[in-house]
Design a protein around this ligand. Structure first.
Ligand SMILES: *Cc1c(COP(=O)(O)O)cnc(C)c1O
Length: 352
């Protein structure tokens, strides 16, 4: 640490992304990326943008906004496009959590980091037995309620009715639903925007749209909350989403068939993965996401993680209370998962 750092940030514990090894031949199942490339239409659209790079990009991402609004069945005034959904979450923590933020003890690791960065008071609510999120624990919250649905890293989802309950018991609090994984089997809360003025839905193209490396996220809410967020965004970085990414997103939205097929394949592979791992003796959760969250009753999570790494397979292990014996394994292609099954079979036989 240099002597120039503002002491405010001296104790900041930054978010730790999963490993992103460059150039090595791992089966990479550690950061919930989509194993399939984006629609072929995306490559063409990105290529066409290159000759315009000398010009600034559209600061409101208006075409993406319109196309996405159409896809979601809302108006363009209800949508804001961001540089990945992490940026959307940052704006929300910075500007829309004046009383604090309420979230689960086991959820997306960025929420506590943004609390620290922006001086937001965190109210952490432990998940119940089996990592179940009990909606009642969030009624009359002490600030902005932030829910990942499906939750990460557990994969468990709330029903629309449960989200409705949390909204109706928090009429004076903003409720943010982070739907990074919603396309893999959960219900989106977007239709509830018709009924509630305290709802904000956050989404991303990183997982279900195969565009993690392009950085495109969004917020859907009512026009007045969106204009609050635009105020913050324009005070920080008006050109937040580059030309290639805007073009890529428009193309991705137009190829809905490709998108639906990818999601379907991942859901099938997930179900097969859960069955196979259960046969190997693993305990699993009912994941509605593009990852599974599993534990072996006899082999510690850290050992499994390290032995898989030696076999060339990267998964995510969190050295955190309650979940240190669990692995979060992204759903890859069937071929990648077969590689995982072979390695796990070997490891389980060796250690027992
Ligand atoms: C992956 C993820 C995000 C962030 O995704 P971006 O790549 O920044 O769009 C947000 N929330 C959750 C729960 C995630 O898992």
């Amino acid at each position: 640490m240099s002597r120039f750092l503002n002491p405010m940030y001296a104790s900041l514990a930054p978010y730790q992304p999963g490993e992103q090894p460059q150039g090595q031949n791992f089966i990479k199942l550690n950061t919930n990326e989509n194993p399939y490339p984006p629609s072929p239409l995306v490559a063409k659209a990105v290529n066409n943008e290159i000759e315009w790079l000398q010009l600034y990009n559209d600061p409101t991402s208006s075409e993406v906004t319109m196309e996405l609004a159409r896809t979601l069945g809302v108006t363009p005034e209800q949508v804001m496009i961001t540089n990945g959904s992490d940026e959307a979450l940052a704006f929300i923590f910075q500007g829309l959590c004046p009383q604090g933020a309420v979230f689960a003890d086991i959820t997306y690791g960025f929420y506590p980091v943004y609390c620290q960065l922006y001086g937001v008071r965190p109210y952490v609510i432990p998940l119940r037995e089996g990592f179940v999120l009990e909606p009642k624990d969030y009624y009359h919250g002490e600030g902005t309620v932030v829910l990942a649905n499906p939750n990460a890293p557990t994969g468990l989802a709330l029903s629309l009715k449960q989200i409705d309950g949390i909204l109706s018991e928090n009429v004076d609090n903003l409720v943010v639903v982070d739907e990074a994984y919603v396309d893999f089997g959960a219900e989106t809360a977007v239709p509830l925007l018709k009924q509630y003025d305290n709802l904000m839905v956050v989404g991303t193209f990183s997982k279900s749209r195969s565009m993690a490396g392009a950085r495109l996220g969004y917020v859907v809410s009512n026009p007045s909350l969106i204009s609050d967020l635009q105020r913050i965004r324009f005070s920080f970085n008006p050109y937040n989403v580059n030309r290639m990414t805007q073009a890529a997103a428009i193309a991705a939205l137009k190829d809905s068939l490709y998108f639906e097929n990818c999601c379907k394949k991942i859901i099938d592979t997930r179900e097969n993965t859960l069955e196979t791992l259960e046969r190997f003796g693993f305990e699993t959760t009912d994941s509605e996401a593009n990852f599974v969250f599993v534990r072996h009753p006899e082999i510690p999570g850290e050992i499994l993680y390290k032995m898989l790494r030696e076999e060339g397979i990267l998964v995510r292990w969190f050295n955190l209370p309650r979940i240190s014996n669990y692995l979060r394994i992204s759903v890859g292609t069937d071929e990648q998962m077969n590689g995982l099954f072979c390695a796990l079979e070997k490891i389980v036989n060796k250690t027992q």
